[in-house]
Design a protein around this ligand. Structure first.
Ligand code: SF4
Length: 64
């Protein structure tokens, strides 16, 4: 799978970090999303899908 995020549109809500902490982090100063793993293993698929659904700004894209 391949994950991308639009950091310019992220509002720093942090849902992605709570949902998939192995894939997403947040910038310490602005709380903007930081993508830790662009190509996570299949074991992360459910968590990443949930992060996509829970992102209030809809800025996470997932290609499988
Ligand atoms: S859930 Fe969406 S808006 Fe919130 S930090 Fe993650 S990418 Fe940004």
């Amino acid at each position: 799978m391949k994950v991308t995020v639009d950091r310019d549109m992220c509002i720093g809500a942090g849902n992605c970090v709570l949902t998939a902490p192995a894939v997403f982090d947040q910038d310490q100063e602005e709380a903007i999303v930081v993508l830790l793993d662009e190509t996570p293993p299949p074991s992360e698929l459910t968590a990443v899908r949930e992060a996509v659904d829970r992102c209030p700004a809809a800025v996470i894209r997932l290609e499988t």
